[in-house]
Every structure is written in C-alpha cells, then in structure tokens.
Design a protein around this ligand. Structure first.
Ligand code: WTA
Length: 668
C-alpha cells in the first residue's frame, strides 16, 4: 500500500537520548511497583488477560460496573458502518446523573467533590450534594434560556466551579457543549461558535491571571458582533467585578438567573450515542476540527482510566489534574472521569507563579493532594525555578504522579519523581489525544515496571501497533514508524462535527481503513515499550497545546503587510516546541525590524490567541519550495533550530536557502 506523503523530519528520528550519567543513574533505580501499590492498586495484571481474550466483553463489564444505566445495552459494539462506531447500542444513561446524583443517592452527598482555590486565595468547598444542586439550578436556567436536547452551548469560562456545573447541566439536558479555552481570541471564538451553531454562550466578566483581572466577556461581545450569529443568549458569571458592556435582551447575569432556580431537575436518560460535546482542535489545515464525543462509551473509558491509570480511590484520595477545562484533559480528567468515579479533587483557577513560585506545592500541602496529573512543560518550568521551591512544602501526601501532552524527557521525569514524588511515587506517562477521548497508552501504577520517557504499553482493552512507510506492522527495536490503533475503543471520537468525510480521510485512510492513524511517530525499545516521538504532520505541540502550522500561517497572511508565511515548530527547552515563523512582506510594505515583528506577533494573538504567538518571526526574501510549490519546512526547521541546513536538492531554486541565511546573519 502506498500511503506516505508523510516523512519524518531527520531530527525526529533521534529521540532524546539520556546522557551517560543519567542512564547509569536510571539503571540503579528500582522502578517496579512497590508491594503496597501491588496490593492496593485498582489496575491489576489480570485486566490484560481478560481484555485480550474478549475485548468487547471486557468493555461491556467496565460499562456496567462503573456506570449506572437507565436501560441496559443490547450490543456492545456496532462496527458495521466503520469507521463510524456505535458503542453500547440500545443503552440509555444520563451523564450528569452518573457524575453527581447517584453519588448523593448512595449516601456520599457530604463527600467533597471540589476543593476550589481561586488565584487570589478565595476558596469554596463543594460537596457532591451541593454540586447536584448547582447542576440542577444551571440546568433549569439553561431551559429558561431556551436550551433543549440537541442544542449546542458554548462555554468560555475560567477554572471556576460554575464551569463544571455548566458542563454537567448541558450533559443533563443532552445539549452538547463546546468549551472554548479562555486564552482564545474573539476571532477563534467566533469560528468555533459558528461552526457548532451554538444558541447560548456561558461566560464570565473576566478571570484572574497573575493577580490581574483578564477580561473574557469583551471577546464574546466581539465574536457576536455584526448580527450574523446563531447565539441568542449570553449567560455571564460575575467573577472579577470588571465593568462590562451589556446587550439588553441578550445578556443575562448568572446570579440573576441561576441562583434562584429550583434545585430539582429530573435527568432524562440519553441514548448511549447521544452527542456529549464538541471540542475544537488543530489539524493539518487552517480550519480547526470539531471533534465530537458521545455519551456511554466516553464516560465508560474516562471513568475506567481515571481508576486504573491514576489509581483513584474515591474514599481516600485527593486528586488534582492541573489542566484547563478548555482542553480535552480538563474534560476527561477534571470533569467526567473523576466525577463519574465520585472522586475528591482540587480545582485551581490561576497560574503556578501567583503570588509565588511555590503556589502549586502550597496547594498540594494544604489539601493533602495524593494524585497529581500535569504536563511536562510545567515540570520543566519548575525545574528551571529550582528544586528548593517544592522542598519548602510538605508533599508527603503524594503517591501517584501523571504526565500528559507530550513526551516527557527522562531528565524531567527523574526531577518530577525525586522532587515532587518523594523519590518513590510512580509516574504514569499517559499518551492520548482529543480524538481518543481518554488515555490509551500508559503504565499502570500497580503493575508496570516504569521506563522513564516512554508511555510504554496500551492499557487493557486497547491495541496499538507501529507501521513502517509501507504500512506494515513491525516490532523490531529502534526503528522509527507511525503509531496506529488497530481496534475501535469506547471513547473514540465519533467524527468531525459536520464533516464526516474529513473524519474518514484524516484518521482512517493513510494506512487503509483498518488503522486509525494518530499522527504521531513512534518506536519500540528492546523491551517492547512504545516511545512516542512527536507529530509527523503539520501539527505543533507547544506547552502541550496543539497548534497547526497552517492555522498560524493563515493568521499571518491575513495581515496586510504579509505576502507569504511559513511556520515551523522548533525544539524548545521549556515548551517542547515553539512557534517560529518565516514571512515574506508584500511589495511596498516596509520592514521596520522589531516593530514589524511585534506587530505580526500581536496580530497572531488577536487572530488565534496569545498561545499561538510566534516565539520568533524572521522576515525573509524567499521561502524554500519544491518544484511542485510545497514549502520545505524541514529546511526552515534547520534554520530555526540553528542547525546546518539539510539536503536542498529537491528545491526548485537551491540558492534560496543561502539567501535566507545571508539575510538572517546580516540582521543579527
Ligand atoms: C501528544 C492531549 C507523547 C501527541 C491529551 C498527541 C503525547 C497529541 C503524550 C494530542 C505523551 C499527548 N507522550 N506525546 N504522554 N500525550 N501527546 O489532542 O503528539 O491536545 O498526538 O490531547 O499530544 O494532543 P491533544
């Protein structure tokens, strides 16, 4: 089968090799599970055998044991219209009932669901009984705003309890939500709201960032301006007491509408395949993809993984996932998985260095956090700040650590274990994607002997392989290939909102319809562990956030001074990758050096959001292109990473790279 117009950039073929000191240090460590963990962990060795012998029966058991169904399903998987899957066919359940009501009904209403910590130090403790009331009030309020089953609701909120109540209220009504990260701009908000055709937006006046009130509602106002919008109502939480503009008839204060609602609301059962949410993520083209997930399969796998991978014991653990609810990690591992399991968790609104660089560790000490789930970029930042900072706090409550979003380099892995995990907590390095909905490849704390830097093996119930350029699976160590998933899984995306063809083409065609193509390069080591090597397509991973080169390029060319732009993800010590842009200015547009660069960076922030701001923009006279006109990003990446430029023979004009480099050395 010929499939591959994808080639691994040469530097992707060399995964970071730990230096010799580090390797010998690693070899001395005993990274097998402790006896205590083996005895108590939720995930056990037996699960692997059970899942392997009959995967569908395995998932059916997980679905029935972990969730409460109003109507049992009669078929576990319908794959007859592959790649469009139906899981737990005929089953009915309500997600909000599973995440709150049933815990209250089981007598656990007094258990803390959320220890909320505002950036400024304000706190709220929300029990399951209170969360149930909050969700019911919010559901009744949404009904009053005209929301009914099937309508979409956009959520643009800070990390406050109202965000969780709103998501669950939507789930309760069967109204799919689309959460948009608070760091996205008005423009990004507009395209997502329009694509999802949201009727209602739930937002706040602002959010606390680094001690300042950062506005949110103005972006919503701007996104809805011009009249041509599907949005009828905007529900606004008062968080920062900032002045906001008000559109009468459209805007409603949360405290006016929600607070007075009844705490009674009957949760109607939904079909197992009823859409739960849409979440936009970057793909290889300029247009973000609305990944959508459904009810029964998604909740089954998020609950299962939160139990067996994070090893959450709801009666005793205090769990903290530091992601934002604007990303899939926040959806699956703050809202749905942990709440379905009845866990107690920390919800923190702000930044890690406000008011001081020990804020996270202060929170761990204060709430006795026992399970912490975060991203490698955060860990590398803490390494930079110094190990004396966490050392000032009592972190002895920590017993399991998790990592997600990008490969974690062995140095950061060791630092994390030693300085946060008391040199003993296992680290689960979890590989998954917005599309997979839940964790797919990861060690299990009570089972796996850990291998720093590797996500290791598919969890029970999941099967993955690595394919070569010809699409053939292989197992030999150290050969680089493409990660694929070989069996449907319950929390898999059900498609791209409004674009079934793009779904098939993006995920199920590169290697034929049998394989889900994840877009990641991977290899095995001699022990059979899987090492993830980063994206093989035009998607960058900056601080664990997915950004598309095409999206940033189109933002740049929308500026009147820019004729052409090429964007690459360059290796960055802290953020994993960083955005580096090369632009050609239009004839007549003058290059004002720094001023031009700043203007273009701000333009990208305005079009997409501050997270997409290029670290560096280089104004160049030409871009390197093949004879068919394709930009050779590999060569630009060499420049961005200060390497000798690779093979230029396929360039239409091989002198272009000289021209670029001369121009740049003149500047510096
Ligand atoms: C990358 C985040 C290596 C990968 C949950 C994937 C990882 C993309 C890991 C999905 C990991 C995530 N090791 N790489 N443990 N976790 N990735 O959709 O490239 O924001 O394809 O989902 O992040 O990013 P997304």
């Amino acid at each position: 089968m010929s499939c591959c117009h994808i080639t691994l950039a040469p530097n992707d073929e060399e995964p970071e090799v730990p230096d010799e000191n580090l390797s010998s240090h690693l070899a001395e460590l005993d990274l097998s599970p402790s006896e205590e963990l083996k005895a108590q962990a939720v995930g056990t060795e037996d699960l692997f055998a059970e899942a392997e012998s009959d995967p569908e029966a395995f998932w059916a058991r997980q679905a029935r044991e972990r969730l409460t169904w109003s109507k049992d399903f009669d078929q576990t998987l319908d794959w007859s219209e592959a790649p469009f899957a139906k899981w737990f066919v005929g089953g009915e359940l309500n997600v909000a009932h599973n995440c709150v009501d049933r815990h209250v009904e089981a007598g656990n209403g007094d258990r803390v669901a959320l220890h909320f910590e505002g950036e400024g130090g304000d706190t709220r403790t929300v029990t399951y009984a209170q969360l149930k009331d909050d969700v019911c009030r919010a559901a009744n309020a949404l009904v009053e705003l005209g929301v009914s089953k099937g309508d979409r609701v956009a959520i643009y909120l800070p990390m406050i309890p109202e965000a969780i109540a709103t998501m669950l209220a939507c789930a309760r009504l069967g109204a799919p939500h689309s959460v948009i990260f608070g760091g996205f701009s008005a423009e990004a908000l507009r395209t997502r709201i329009n694509d999802a055709e949201a009727r209602v937006v739930v937002t706040a006046d602002g959010q606390w960032r680094r001690g300042k009130a950062a506005p949110l509602k103005p972006a919503v106002d701007e996104a809805l301006a011009g009249g041509d919008t599907p949005v009828e109502k905007v529900l606004v939480v008062k968080r920062t007491e900032s002045e906001v503009e008000w559109t009468d008839g459209r805007d409603v204060w949360w405290h006016d509408l929600v607070d007075g609602q009844s705490t009674e609301h009957t949760a109607e059962p939904m079909d197992a395949e009823h859409p739960l949410f849409i979440l936009y993520t970057s793909g290889t083209t300029g247009k973000p993809k609305g990944i959508f997930h459904t009810t029964g399969g998604y909740l089954t796998q998020t609950a299962y993984t939160n139990a067996v991978v994070h090893d959450v014991h709801p009666e005793t653990d205090v769990y903290w996932c530091t992601a934002d609810i604007g990303w899939v990690t926040g959806h699956s591992y703050i809202v749905y998985g942990p709440l379905a399991n009845g866990a107690t968790q920390v919800l923190y609104e702000g930044t890690p260095d406000t008011p001081h660089q020990g804020r996270w560790w202060e929170i761990v000490e204060k709430y006795k956090v026992s399970i912490l789930y975060t991203a490698p970029t955060a860990i590398r930042t803490f390494m930079k700040w110094g190990s004396d900072i966490p050392a000032k706090f009592d972190l002895s409550s920590i017993r399991v650590l998790g990592s997600v979003g990008e490969p974690i380099n062995p140095e950061a892995w060791l630092w994390y274990r030693k300085n946060i995990g008391g040199d003993k907590a296992p680290i689960v390095d979890t590989w998954w994607q917005t599309e997979t909905g839940a964790i797919m490849i990861s060690p299990l704390p009570g089972v796996t002997t850990l291998e720093p830097g590797s996500a290791q093996r598919p969890i029970p119930g999941i099967s993955a392989e690595i394919l070569d350029d010809e699409g053939k699976p292989f197992t030999e160590p150290d050969k680089v290939g493409y990660l694929v998933l070989t069996q449907p899984w319950p929390s898999m995306l059900r498609g791209i909102w409004g674009d079934p063809e793009r779904y098939k083409e993006t995920y199920w065609s590169r290697f034929g319809e049998k394989y889900y193509f994840a877009g990641d390069g991977a290899k095995y080591d001699e022990k059979g562990n899987i090492w993830l090597l980063g994206r093989v397509d035009d998607v960058m991973n900056v601080s664990g956030h997915r950004l598309s080169t095409a999206e940033i390029e189109s933002a740049l060319v929308s500026h009147p001074s820019v004729a052409e732009a090429a964007v690459v993800g360059a290796t960055d010590e802290t953020t994993g990758q960083a955005v580096v842009a090369f632009v050609i200015l239009r004839g007549g547009a003058e290059d004002h050096g720094d001023q031009t660069v700043q203007e273009l960076r701000n333009h990208v922030a305005k079009e997409i959001g501050p997270i997409a701001k290029p670290r560096q923009i280089m104004v160049v006279p030409e871009l390197p292109k093949t004879r068919s006109g394709k930009i050779m990003r590999r060569l630009l990446k060499d420049v961005a990473e200060n390497r000798e430029v690779g093979d230029v023979t396929t360039l239409a004009d091989s002198s272009v790279m000289n021209l670029i480099q001369q121009g740049l050395s003149k500047d510096s």
